[in-house]
Design a protein around this ligand. Sequence first.
Ligand SMILES: *[C@@H]1O[C@H](CO)[C@@H](O)[C@H](O)[C@H]1NC(C)=O
Ligand SMILES: *[C@@H]1O[C@H](CO)[C@@H](O)[C@H](O)[C@H]1NC(C)=O
Length: 372
Amino acid sequence: MFMKYFVTFSVIVVGISATTIEYDYETAKNLTSDYCYIKSYNEAPAIVKKCTHIVVTGFEVPAGKTLELNLLKQSVLLFEGTLTFGVAHWDGPFTHITGQNIQVIGGTNHVIHGHGEKYWDGQGDSGGVKKPRRVLSVQVQKAIFKNINIKNCPLFCATALGHDITFTGFNIDNNDGFKNGVARNTDGISFAQCSNIIVKDSKVYNQDDCVNILGGCKNVYVENVHCWGSHGLSITSGMATTADKNDIYNVTYQDCSIGGSYAGIHVKTTQPCLGPGTIRKITYKNIQITDVIRDAIEIQQDYPKNDGNSANKMAMTEVNLIDVTGSVTGSARRVRINCGSGSCSNFRWSNVKITGSKTDDSCNYIPSGYSC
Ligand SMILES: *[C@@H]1O[C@H](CO)[C@@H](O)[C@H](O)[C@H]1NC(C)=O
Ligand SMILES: *[C@@H]1O[C@H](CO)[C@@H](O)[C@H](O)[C@H]1NC(C)=O
């Protein structure tokens, strides 16, 4: 009660920004009776220009169109119902949200349904029919996205750019794509060029990186995220020509689990690596890994070929693992570390215990606290 009163009081008296207080759906719905309802694609542009309290209801966005939600400052946007998108072989994204100091909250039964099953052909991004990328694309400053349900992404689910962003209560369900390996490159939640990010309390069932922190990101905290399928709790760089776009600094994954994936913990830079940069101060803490297909822990600078021909244009330092446990089966390995010549340093690992592997670790750099 006290907290509730205090929160209400501070809104009125101090007028702090909307994003300072995290609403749940019910509270958000009660803020005003004057919500504007977007009930069709054509209504969206006028409504987002005039309303700060918006409900996006269930409807179909016409094939080949992006639902653009360029929100006014301090907007509260609610998703209700099932949002779908006509089938077209184009680039996407399906939904694009921009804004400052905004909150986007999903109602209990809402779903943003990408109908990936109408596109999947087992070839993902590298062949077959053209598949729209990104069911949800966001470019925001100070934003909370809460309880967002995304189903069947054709390619990539949610991607974000910006700063001071929280994603919480995401439920990404690409389970239909496991059958016969039809879905590929359905990355769950990806951030690039970002700072001050929180991702928490979420579930991702997909067929590429579960959460992926890309170049240009700093101060990222991922907590209580559970992944199945996927390629890993990932950090990826090397695709840009300048350090500011490649650098990744201060990323923590904590209290997460991952299973049925190619890798569990996955830190990778590309070969060829297009520019300089540094990956620094990375922490994985209390991570549970089960039944990976390739490597429970993979730190590599030869991505994606995995041929041992690693690049050393980017440095990796302070990649620290604490309490990483789990088990693998079959020919899966516990650990693969393949660094470029001289480019890895100061990795500290403690209590890293993966059991069940019949294949030896493969490391060309050895972290302190772990015998490879
Ligand atoms: C929302 O408003 C309804 C009707 O006034 C009320 O019964 C309910 O408790 C409110 N919920 C919240 C979370 O404020
Ligand atoms: C690292 O990022 C976290 C947020 O995830 C932040 O609280 C912390 O202050 C940052 N630490 C440094 C040394 O920048």
